[in-house]
Write a protein that binds this ligand. Structure first.
Ligand code: ATP
Ligand code: FE
Length: 335
């Protein structure tokens, strides 16, 4: 079974071909245009998707060494994401499936960040049901109880900003380019995580909050820069390490609570922020500290990619779970 997956929910145009759970190709066109604006500009993203989608799909097929006529189905991201971006992938997938007369499969992007763990990759175990998945990305921060592939309960989520925004907005205050997450990660490696202390937000239960944290970083920087205009340059590594350390603490505190409340010790992470080396290490540490069995995705399946869309397509294909030709993109699609 060959599935073509198409992802266009935000600013990456991606296509991937999967053969019975194994990735044959995974192509991504990043949109550089947004860097100069310090964030994704929806209208520009949509236009860039229109330019990229045909060459990206062509390349994915070529790299997989197959032709369109060998495809069993087309899977695409239905949501959540930017409407103008989603529409490009959705209409392209619909036309291609219609033209080839093969099934069309709609995919929830947040489920895909979790189900990326079911890509057949050497050296990566697949979590057994039920497991806990923490999805940490540019637009979401959730703890999900995964009972089965398409039976998931969100048991905790952010009440304001996503953790990716906490990274990106803190980085912006430090003068780092967009997205700042990967840069904070890099600088944090050579900084002291305990150099500066930021208080963790107090949110009951399994929910998260990051807007107060962002403000705390802002006030801290403003105060320090007043006393020493060169504060940021002189302490950049330590500031990044301290910010990252605090964020990791917030995330692991909630994971510990979720594991305790549910009695589930198999724990996975997914989404762009799961690329963060500190978070990956903290999760691994949980194995000895808390008796967890942890699942950290292969690096290339953390940030947005089409392989995760293709694997969900494959799992839905096996269940005969197809979409109709009149399926619509949904920018606020829930798990
Ligand atoms: P969503 O999946 O919620 O719709 P998205 O698709 O825009 O949002 P992803 O591509 O999954 O988001 O993740 C992007 C986010 O991941 C950005 O905020 C980026 O800064 C962050 N990120 C990527 N790599 C790292 C890293 N190494 N450390 C910290 N954050 C990172
Ligand atoms: Fe994403």
């Amino acid at each position: 079974i060959y599935i073509l997956g198409i992802e266009s929910s935000c600013d990456d145009t991606a296509a991937s071909v999967i053969h019975n759970g194994k990735i044959l190709s995974n192509v991504i066109a990043n949109q550089k245009i947004h860097e100069e604006y310090g964030g994704v500009v929806p209208e520009l993203a949509s236009r860039a998707h229109q330019q990229n989608i045909v060459p990206v799909v062509d390349q994915a097929l070529k790299k997989a060494g197959i032709t369109k006529s060998q495809l069993s189905a087309i899977a695409f991201t239905k949501g959540p994401g930017l409407m103008g971006s989603l529409l490009v992938g959705t209409s392209f997938a619909k036309s291609l499936a219609f033209g080839l007369n093969i099934p069309l499969i709609d995919v929830n992007h947040m489920q895909a960040h979790i189900l990326a763990h079911f890509i057949d990759e050497e050296g990566f175990d697949q979590p057994p049901f039920p497991f806990l998945a923490m999805t940490i990305s540019g637009g979401h921060t959730q703890i999900v109880k995964v009972n089965h592939y398409f039976d998931m309960d969100v048991i905790g989520e952010t009440i304001d900003d996503a953790v990716g925004e906490a990274f990106d907005k803190s980085g912006k205050l430090l003068g780092l380019g967009y997205p700042a997450g990967p840069q904070i990660d890099k600088l944090a490696k050579i900084g002291n995580p305990k150099a500066f202390k930021f208080t963790k937000p107090k949110v009951d239960g399994l929910n998260f909050s990051f807007s107060g944290f962002k403000t705390a970083v802002l006030y801290f920087i403003q105060k320090q820069v007043k006393e020493n205009p060169n504060f940021i340059e002189e302490h950049l590594n330590d500031i990044c390490a301290s910010i990252q350390y605090t964020i990791i603490g917030i995330l692991t505190d909630k994971l510990k609570l979720a594991s305790k409340q549910t009695g589930i010790t198999h724990i996975a992470i997914g989404g762009g922020v799961s690329a963060n080396s500190g978070i990956r290490q903290a999760l691994k540490d949980g194995e000895t500290k808390h008796g967890w069995t942890t699942y950290v995705p292969k690096f290339e399946f953390t940030t947005d990619n089409a392989a995760m869309i293709a694997i969900v397509g494959y799992l839905k294909f096996l269940e005969g779970n197809f979409a109709e030709q009149n399926v619509m993109a949904n920018s606020r699609l829930k798990i």
